[in-house]
Design a protein around this ligand. Structure first.
Ligand SMILES: C[S@@+](CC[C@H](N)C(=O)[O-])C[C@H]1O[C@@H](n2cnc3c(N)ncnc32)[C@H](O)[C@@H]1O
Length: 282
């Protein structure tokens, strides 16, 4: 008989070589069977129906082909909210939560009202910000990918904030420059993996859209923000960006060369420089 316990052991054995086999086994079983994780342990002798068993094997096989678990179950938690994700969008990463925290702090400290999230992906940054700010801010969420923007809109509906975010299909800051819109904060987690680095990543990464990850040198977006940011930033505005830690010095140099000062550097869980806050100095 296929009890939960037996199936658990079978799935776990197949995932032994993975980084977190226990967590992944729990996820595959609980999500497929629609159970709380704890129920795996409280009902170990419960029988898994045949059609559910087939579904568990299907999901396990996808995972064995290195498909990220977030794409298998179309879900990723970010800033304590669940986001729909699929292969058309980048999977939000934990370190990006620091970026959101910093923007929320800036908005609250300076009563900022106009913010743009450039390259919104599934909308996680923009949505987390508006969900945590009570005041009426004008939030823009932009992307060049229409598919990403559709997913971001779907997530905004899911979190009941679709009326609080303006979704714009545009390349970098083009829309704001063309429409003379002035921003208090430009926030972005842009593509920053270099073509060279892209050759040697974990197999899971290749399921994500390359456009969301890679630019030729990893510097292109920062070069652009450093040159064009001034055109759209308010006098006391900030740029808050996630960066490639390997390019930290080069990125700081780019901003400084364009008369920005680096107000703050934030480090990730591995103590690598991951986020910078920059401000234009006249
Ligand atoms: C690293 S992902 C970040 C997604 C999400 N903001 C997050 O932090 O999890 C970068 C995003 O930038 C978008 N992007 C790529 N090139 C762009 C461009 N030229 N203008 C605007 N967005 C762009 C990609 O489609 C992708 O959604």
């Amino acid at each position: 008989m296929n009890t939960i316990n037996k199936v658990y052991n079978e799935v776990f054995n197949k995932l032994r070589g993975f980084n977190s086999p226990h967590i992944e086994t729990e996820l595959i079983i609980s999500k497929t069977l629609n159970l709380e994780k704890v129920q795996i342990y409280t009902y170990p002798e419960k029988i898994v129906p045949q059609e559910k068993l087939q579904l568990i094997y299907k999901n396990l096989n996808l995972r064995l082909k290195r498909k990220p678990i977030e794409y298998i179950f179309n879900e990723k938690e970010f800033f304590c909210l669940n986001f729909y994700v699929d292969e058309n969008v980048f999977i939000p990463r934990q370190e990006t939560e620091f970026l959101v925290e910093e923007v929320i702090k800036l908005i609250s400290t300076y009563n900022f009202t106009t913010i743009a999230d450039i390259g919104t992906g599934c909308g996680n940054i923009a949505i987390s910000i508006v969900k945590n700010i009570k005041s009426n801010i004008k939030m823009y969420a932009t992307d060049v990918s229409i598919k990403a923007l559709d997913i971001a809109k779907k997530n905004a509906v899911l979190h009941n904030v679709e009326d609080r975010i303006n979704f714009v299909l545009t390349d970098k800051l083009k829309y704001f420059i063309q429409n003379s819109i002035i921003l208090d904060i430009i926030v972005s987690n842009p593509p920053y993996v270099t073509e060279e680095e892209y050759k040697n990543l974990q197999p899971e990464i290749y399921y994500e859209p390359k456009q969301a990850l890679v630019t030729p040198t990893g510097l292109e977006f920062y070069k652009y923000f450093a040159s064009y940011g001034k055109k759209v930033l308010a006098k006391d505005g900030y740029i808050v960006v996630e960066i490639n830690p390997n390019l930290y010095d080069k990125i700081c140099e780019l901003f400084k060369k364009n008369n920005f000062c680096i107000c703050k550097t934030m480090y990730d869980y591995q103590n690598l420089p991951r986020i910078i806050v920059v401000k234009f100095e006249k």
